[in-house]
Design a protein around this ligand. Structure first.
Ligand SMILES: *[C@@H]1O[C@H](CO)[C@@H](O)[C@H](O)[C@H]1NC(C)=O
Ligand SMILES: *[C@@H]1O[C@H](CO)[C@@H](O)[C@H](O)[C@H]1NC(C)=O
Ligand SMILES: *[C@@H]1O[C@H](CO)[C@@H](O)[C@H](O)[C@H]1NC(C)=O
Length: 509
């Protein structure tokens, strides 16, 4: 790509007959030309402004966009191109050899054009606490779970074949099951996390399940945190609008003592059956303080969630109304007199439903027996729209329900700019970049109005909004494919299997 800088770096020779005056004049003309050109360049070519590192960010949001764009470029450029490179990168990153079967995995991922080869820290973070537990003890924990828990299945793989396995999971790894070592794994049937897992010392022969449905779950979820000093630090710095810079930090329960008051899962989950035991257990979602191993949410493959030919977005971003759209059901908690105001969906709608830039509301009340009428009175009821109505708006909000939101990929694949608020960790967290593929929203939402104003009214913000909307769509098409979930799960299962044989010491294949 030719930037104004490189375009004018052709050797410029001044031959003798020119006087100093004409030389200076030429310099001046070139200078003016460059200046005008770079000005026009900034104003006209937003694509170039996006890419050029020389443009000075004039708005804190622009700064975040440019910073994260560079980060994402580095991410793309550093991915390994061969198994040898990937092994080297793995050793460098984790100071140990990769698990057996890794080279084959790399070849498979490369053959499928996986955009991500090296960056699977999500897997590492979740697997590593289990490395300190012996194979013998892990097996005992799995048995203990099987004997006393519910809403799960045990997937067994023997000689490269499934012995026991539900259809969804089977479909997702059917292609590669013959590459996997023998293993047994516990798969969650619920779309909530289950393993609070702080108790490494707890008797591993027995699993104790606790039911937090419609109870306060904050205490158990934040039990690992030391809040007092952080709370003080926070109070000192909250005068300016604070945009979400690091989504991982935003998901961190221990960094957000105020969150207990802001999310339905913390104060009255509709369903939450969890254990403090440390169990190697695969769920589609988890929280920062929890210990579930993360598999992709396979419902994202279902057309109900990603849409079909009838729900393709044909509206150009520039033609969409500059408003935020969200309609949905009142999920996210079990509603009670004492806690309904602390539900994240209610808070969002209450806060913005009368705002001219928002077209949002509940279209149906659920999980509120004996209390739905009162809720409707306070928060309002909107008609149910067809699934494509949201495409008429530039800004699509996506927020948690009882678990993670199933509409996320459908929104990313549209031409809308996706705003994402969540407290649930998912398999894709490493690969979706804030301010490049989507706009992160804090649980408090104090910054939301200012962010919308930037993308709706700022001259550069209008163009950046389109770039992020379209960039997110392109990236989702390349990196959130069903095959990407297979590639991720394949690698996860190699790491998981290696836990059982002292993976750290094993030789490379
Ligand atoms: C990978 O990309 C190459 C080059 O664009 C293409 O020819 C090939 O069909 C792709 N393979 C898969 C499995 O998508
Ligand atoms: C949307 O419209 C703009 C302006 O008319 C145009 O430059 C752009 O290419 C269009 N984008 C798509 C995806 O059609
Ligand atoms: C929003 O508008 C409704 C209906 O006009 C009104 O009853 C409600 O009090 C308003 N809510 C807020 C937060 O202003």
């Amino acid at each position: 790509m030719i930037t104004p800088k490189t375009a004018f770096m052709v050797p410029y020779r001044i031959s003798k007959p020119y006087s100093l005056r004409s030389f200076l004049l030429i310099c001046l003309i070139i200078g003016i030309f460059l200046h005008i050109r770079s000005y026009l360049f900034q104003v006209i070519s937003s694509e170039a402004a996006y890419i050029s590192n020389t443009v000075k960010a004039s708005h804190p949001i622009e700064k975040l966009i440019l910073q994260n764009h560079r980060k994402h470029q580095n991410f793309l450029n550093r991915q390994s191109k061969t198994p040898e490179e990937a092994i080297k990168a793995y050793r460098k990153r984790y100071q140990r050899d990769p698990p057996p079967g890794f080279s084959k995995w790399v070849r498979y991922a490369l053959a499928q054009n996986s955009t991500v080869i090296d960056d699977y820290d999500m897997i590492e973070e979740r697997i590593s606490p289990f490395r300190s537990i012996s194979s013998f003890d892990l097996n005992r924990r799995i048995k203990a779970w099987q004997e006393s828990a519910d809403a799960f299945e045990t997937v067994k793989i023997r000689d490269g074949k499934f012995v026991d396995c539900g259809e969804q999971f089977r479909n997702s790894i059917e292609d590669i099951v013959d590459q996997l070592p023998d293993m047994d794994l516990l798969l969650n049937w619920l779309d909530e996390p289950r393993i609070v897992g702080y108790d490494h010392l707890r008797d591993s022969n027995k699993v104790t399940m606790e039911d937090f449905a419609s109870k306060d779950a904050w205490e158990i979820l934040s039990g690992k945190c030391h809040f007092s000093s952080q709370k003080k630090m926070k109070r000192d710095t909250t005068t300016k609008v604070k945009y979400v810079e690091d989504p991982k930090e935003a998901l961190d329960i221990c960094s957000h003592p105020e969150a207990w008051n802001q999310h339905g899962f913390f104060n009255s989950p509709s369903n939450f059956r969890a254990t403090r035991n440390v169990i190697p257990f695969f769920s589609t979602t988890s929280m920062s303080t929890m210990a579930d191993l993360l598999t992709p949410g396979l419902d994202y493959v279902d057309w109900h969630y990603i849409g079909d030919a009838k729900t393709v977005d044909n509206i150009n971003y520039t033609d969409k109304k500059p408003q935020m759209y969200w309609k949905g059901w009142s999920t996210g908690s079990w509603f009670k007199e004492t806690s309904w105001k602390r539900n994240h969906r209610v808070r969002f709608i209450e806060k913005f439903r009368n705002h001219s830039m928002f077209n949002i509301g509940f279209s149906k009340y659920v999980q509120c027996d004996g209390y739905c009428e009162k809720l409707e009175e306070v928060v309002g009821l909107v008609p149910i729209d067809p699934p494509t109505t949201g495409f008429e708006y530039k800004f699509a909000m996506d927020l948690d329900g009882n678990g993670y939101s199933g509409r996320y990929y459908r929104l990313l694949l549209s031409n809308c700019l996706v705003f994402k608020q969540t407290m649930f960790e998912q398999w894709h967290d490493d690969r979706l970049v804030p301010w490049v593929h989507y706009i992160p929203v804090s649980l408090g939402m104090e910054e939301l109005e200012s962010v919308l104003d930037y993308f709706a009214n700022d001259e550069k913000g209008l163009r950046y909004g389109e770039q992020i909307a379209m960039g997110g769509k392109e990236w989702a098409k390349k990196s959130l494919r069903p095959i990407d979930m297979t590639i991720y799960t394949y690698r996860l299962l190699l790491e998981y299997a290696a836990l059982f044989e002292g993976g750290a010491e094993r030789r490379l294949d």
